[in-house]
Design a protein around this ligand. Structure first.
Ligand code: HEC
Length: 144
């Protein structure tokens, strides 16, 4: 091999080894799922109901609430949440569905669903990041 080819080959192989790791890094940090849920806002610009349904499972809401579309959600301590978008818009006079749902999680005792006791875990909001909470609200609003 002539000597001048050597740096060329070296350069090329460096390039090739550098590429895959760079790619996988970009993919990981762009993902709204998995470890990176605490990603700052610009990377998670619009709330995602699908990831919200995962939050609903991982934060233990399923222990107390049933939702038909989630097979693991069979709890009976709290109300069934099918058609929640509609129910939530009618619970408190003058309060939008979204505002009601935020309150229902941040301060569950503020309004008690008729027939149910004040048994909802009060500090669930503090177990979530901002984007996780927004995804969860988007999921609840998608229950129609
Ligand atoms: C330990 C049981 C328990 C857990 C865990 C729990 N809830 Fe509840 N939830 C309740 C009960 C009981 C009520 C009814 C009393 C009330 O209104 O606070 C309720 C009410 C609600 C309501 C109002 C429903 C309506 O029809 O107006 C929403 C929304 C809600 N929960 C969402 C959630 C979400 C989201 C989670 C998970 C982050 C969760 N809950 C976790 C017990 C629970």
């Amino acid at each position: 091999m002539p000597l001048f080819v050597f740096p060329l080959v070296l350069g090329l192989s460096l390039l090739l080894t550098a590429c895959p790791s760079e790619q996988s890094q970009t993919r990981e940090s762009a993902s709204p799922y998995g470890k990176n849920t605490a990603t700052p806002y610009p990377l998670n610009p619009s709330p995602d109901p699908v990831s919200g349904s995962q939050i609903f499972i991982t934060k233990g809401c399923i222990a107390c609430h049933a939702v038909s579309q989630i097979s693991e959600a069979k709890g009976v301590i709290g109300p069934k949440l099918d058609q929640l978008a509609l129910t939530a818009s009618q619970r408190v006079k003058g309060q939008s569905a979204e505002a009601y749902l935020r309150d229902a999680i941040e301060k569950p005792a503020a309004y008690l669903v008729p027939g149910y006791q004040n048994l909802m875990t009060p500090n669930l909001r503090s177990t979530m990041t901002e984007p996780e909470f927004e995804d969860l609200i988007a999921f609840l609003l998608s229950l129609k």
